[in-house]
Ligand binder design. Structure first.
Ligand code: NAD
Length: 362
């Protein structure tokens, strides 16, 4: 069969440059003609937010935030934006902060300029998430896609090494899952491949020295590519697993991704030879699983879900919740049995089970 695919590219302006965030933000605010800017940043992120917004007029700093965007916090921020006559939202922070700006944009229709300080990648997607009574809802809406993203690796220097590694592996998971997600295509696979290369180069440098700006730039560049690939390809098996675990057992987002990734790669690689070839090439190895293993070793990556509060008793429920949401596109059929095996290994941090020698494909 010839090459045939459907691909959507989301429209967004990206400005990338270390030490240039304040300048780039000022030019974006002018270009968008904004007069009343609400800056969303956590209390801990306030100093960074002040530095980034030094060259613009700020109508209000807003810092009543919490992880996973609780609906009542979102409602309060929406009211603040409406009552303040705000015409632009600027968010400075990690995925939780970007998530709050998206929640406001969703109902108020305001444009967002995102200035990310982690590798979560939310800034490059049109996906929003809200939590109500500890249940997480997500949705897709182009209104939440930031109009512009300003990347400044200098702002990530303060992200501690462990969190940088976990967040960077979250980005790597976007790349790897994009290879077999429901809307995987050659464009998002190409972006994902380059994303793996950049993360593989940047993250070990960051682990060795969190102040290494060149490593930070590569990691941030890889994070952006990973998010664009993910936004286009959609959630694959890996993201479905992490979404359920994070939502139901309140496990930390980046660390959960970091632990689960090698298990999903080992599970699918044998049944997805083209994806496996691309991933291995990006790691510079023969075997994709070995490539990821060696990177994880160099990063001293998070290893076991039990370290984050999951227990063996939770696994049957996890299997029940995850099984129905695994995409049809997954290269290897998922059963209650092989999923339980995968989750048990991820729980304990043991080596992934070897896949069958003659995997069945759809
Ligand atoms: P986070 O935003 O909660 O940040 C983690 C911690 O790092 C926080 O304590 C924060 O204060 C701190 N931090 C952030 N930047 C820092 C810096 N430069 N220096 C020092 N400390 C810093 O976590 P996250 O992993 O960035 O984002 C996770 C959230 O984003 C989850 O809610 C997840 O669901 C969401 N997310 C959404 C999408 C999407 O497309 N909608 C994609 C990825 C993640």
């Amino acid at each position: 069969m010839g090459l045939s695919f459907e691909h959507v590219t989301l429209g967004q302006r990206v400005l990338f440059g270390s030490g240039q965030a304040a300048e780039n933000l000022a030019s974006e605010v002018e270009r968008l003609g904004a007069r009343k800017v609400m800056v969303i940043a956590s209390e801990q992120g306030r100093a960074t937010a002040e530095q980034v917004t030094a060259r613009i007029e700020v109508a209000r700093f807003y810092d009543d935030l919490a992880p996973h965007v609780p609906i009542d916090k979102a409602e309060k921020a929406r009211t603040a934006a409406r009552e303040g006559g705000v015409d632009l939202l600027v968010c400075v922070g990690g995925g939780s902060t970007t998530g709050m700006a998206k929640a406001v944009a969703l109902t108020c229709g305001l444009p967002v300029v995102a200035v990310p300080t982690t590798y979560a990648g939310s800034e490059a997607t049109n996906v929003w998430g809200l939590t109500e009574a500890s249940r997480k809802t997500t949705g897709v809406d182009d209104r939440v896609l930031p109009a512009s993203v300003i990347y400044d690796a200098g702002l990530t220097l303060s992200l501690p090494a462990d969190l940088s590694v976990a967040s960077g592996l979250n980005a790597l998971a976007h790349c790897i899952d994009s290879m077999w997600a429901p809307r995987a295509d050659p464009i998002n696979q190409a972006l994902a491949t380059e994303g793996i290369r950049a993360l593989r180069r940047g993250l070990p440098a960051v682990r060795n020295d969190p102040q290494n700006l060149e490593g930070r730039e590569q990691a941030l560049y890889g994070c952006y590519l990973s998010a664009v690939a993910f936004a286009s390809a959609g959630s694959g098996m890996h993201h479905k697993i992490c979404h359920v675990l994070g939502g139901r057992w309140n496990l930390p987002h980046a660390q959960t991704h970091a632990v689960v990734l090698p298990y999903v790669l080992a599970f699918n690689a044998g049944a997805a030879p083209e994806a496996a070839r691309r991933i291995a090439a990006a790691f510079g190895t023969e075997d994709p699983v070995a490539g990821l293993d060696s990177l994880r070793g160099a990063l001293a990556a998070p290893r076991a879900l039990k370290d984050y509060g999951l227990t063996a008793g939770d696994l049957p429920e996890a299997v029940r919740l995850i099984l129905p949401v695994i995409p049809e596109s997954n290269p290897r059929p998922v059963t209650g049995e092989n999923l339980l095996e995968l989750l048990s290994a991820a729980l304990n941090g043991t080596a992934p089970a070897a896949p069958p020698s003659h995997p069945h494909t759809h």
